[in-house]
Design a protein around this ligand. Structure first.
Ligand code: URP
Ligand code: ZN
Ligand code: ZN
Length: 463
């Protein structure tokens, strides 16, 4: 059994920070001990002096190869998971998609096939439910048994992923019986479509109008609605990509009542704003995603929500489309710009910058980026921490290194970086996935197919 020893680093988990040596055996964490206190022999020794030793990141919201807006997200499972590894993320939970009129099983099988043998890091799946009916409700139970324990329902995108309130309620009732977690994309899609048509009729065609029609109030209204539906169903609820202070306020109100309502935000809502959507010469299209970017005043509320634990998770909603040939599909009509931003490679660094900027502590960084997403989606213990028995998904992170985020240096398969030119402090040095070194001091040493499918348990947030 291969033994790897990581010496002299500051081990940071969500629970504690401690200088320790870490022994890895056969892909798992075997033991931690005070620096130099044990005479462990090892096949490989990694000197982590002056660096952090942190759990590999868990990005619980990615869309590799997602079909959307007449095209496909530009990262495949191969390129996207490799980029994730470069950025210190060792687990993703992506979304398999049920097409309208087809079964959940068919969607799951299709996405398993896309990922199988291609991933650099471990991966699981949520299921996007686009067609709630008696058969698909029964299939939800079968999927939970296969380790797909969370289901995304949309109040947005009529005609694509949209479900009406009755369908969402039925899915929530099913989840309350089978242990599944309903994830909601909360925007009032029907009202938004009216505003889109009215904007286009007025000749408002630039990317910035995408943000203007997808109003804060329509995110807050839908957030309120899905929370009430979850209460009626007696089901827990996870609201994805929360972008606006009024939407967060709905979650806070629910949580203050003691309800099992959880929230996720994404780096783009913490670092970008409608200023980016308004960039001239169609450049704003690079920042078209839904929920949309908001005026920068919303950022303080989101950071506060992360500090107070009203928001538990930061995921990327990584859904890249190249500017050239993909975002350009919406030149002259913002509603045809494929929705989504790249970011799987940048999340750990951006959140570390949140530590540097004083928004969150180091332990909270690890909590929202590693431990909480693992616990939320039934992976904790194996993923999201550094403790005996856990998978040896470990990142050696240099907190003093400086870097500039850029498409010229990133590894995502997309022709722009949403944070182009941003200087951040902190950089991944070495990444291990189940004990195997996959990033080694600036070199990729992993391989497609190393990543394994993770059947997940039910959320560990309720126990
Ligand atoms: O703009 C986004 N978020 N695209 C991906 C699909 C979704 O709604 O998460
Ligand atoms: Zn969504
Ligand atoms: Zn998404």
């Amino acid at each position: 059994m291969t033994r790897t020893l990581i010496t002299g680093g500051l081990v940071i988990t969500a629970a504690e920070e401690v200088h320790a040596d870490v022994l890895i055996e056969g892909g798992r964490i075997a033991a931690l001990a005070a620096p130099g206190s044990q005479r462990w022999s090892a096949d490989r020794v990694i000197d982590a002096t002056d660096t952090y030793v942190i759990p590999g990141g868990v990005d619980a919201h990615t869309h590799m190869e997602l079909p959307f807006g007449g095209t496909f997200a530009s990262d495949t499972f191969e390129t996207g998971t490799r980029a994730a590894a470069w950025g210190g993320t060792t687990t993703i939970v992506d979304f398999a998609v049920q097409s309208v009129g087809r079964s959940l099983t068919e969607g799951f099988d299709t996405w398993m096939e896309k990922a199988n043998g291609r991933c650099a890091i471990d991966y699981g799946f949520h299921m996007i439910v686009s067609d709630v009916n008696g058969a698909t409700l029964r299939e939800m139970d079968a999927l939970v048994a296969q380790g797909v324990t969370s289901f995304k329902l949309f109040t947005a995108y009529p005609g694509v992923f949209y479900s009406d309130d009755g369908q969402i309620l039925r899915a929530m009732q099913q989840a309350s019986g089978n242990g599944g977690l309903i994830m909601a994309h909360a925007e009032n899609g029907l009202a938004i479509d009216v505003l889109v048509q009215q904007a286009l009729a007025r000749g408002e065609r630039d990317p910035r109008h995408h943000g203007e029609v997808r109003k804060v109030l329509l995110e807050a209204e839908a957030t309120h609605r899905v929370i009430q539906l979850a209460r009626v169903a007696g089901a827990p609820l996870y609201v994805v990509h929360v972008s606006a202070d009024e939407a967060l306020a709905e979650i806070v109100t629910a949580r203050d009542k003691g309800l099992p309502v959880f929230g996720e935000t994404c780096p783009q809502y913490l670092f970008l704003s409608t200023d980016n959507l308004a960039e001239p010469d169609f450049e704003g299209a690079k920042y078209v995603c839904s929920t949309p970017l908001r005026p920068r005043e919303h950022q303080a509320a989101l950071w506060r929500g992360l500090r107070t634990d009203d928001l538990q998770v930061v995921s990327t909603d990584h859904c890249p489309f190249c500017f050239s040939g993909q975002k350009e599909l919406g030149r002259g009509d913002f509603s045809k710009i494929p929705n989504g931003l790249p970011g799987v490679e940048n999340r750990m660094d951006l959140l570390h910058q949140g530590v540097v900027d004083g928004h969150i502590t180091r332990r909270r960084w690890i909590e929202i980026a590693c431990a909480a997403p693992a616990r939320m989606f039934g992976l904790y213990g194996r993923k999201g921490t550094i403790a005996p028995g856990a998978d040896a998904d470990v990142v050696i992170y240099d907190p003093a290194a400086e870097q500039t985020l850029s498409a010229s240096t990133h590894h995502m398969n997309v022709d722009y970086n949403a944070y182009e030119g941003k200087r951040v402090r902190g950089k991944v040095r070495t990444v291990l996935s189940r004990g195997e070194v996959i990033i080694d001091n600036g070199a990729y040493t992993g391989h497609a197919g190393h990543g394994a499918f993770l059947p997940r348990g039910v959320t560990q947030y309720l126990g």
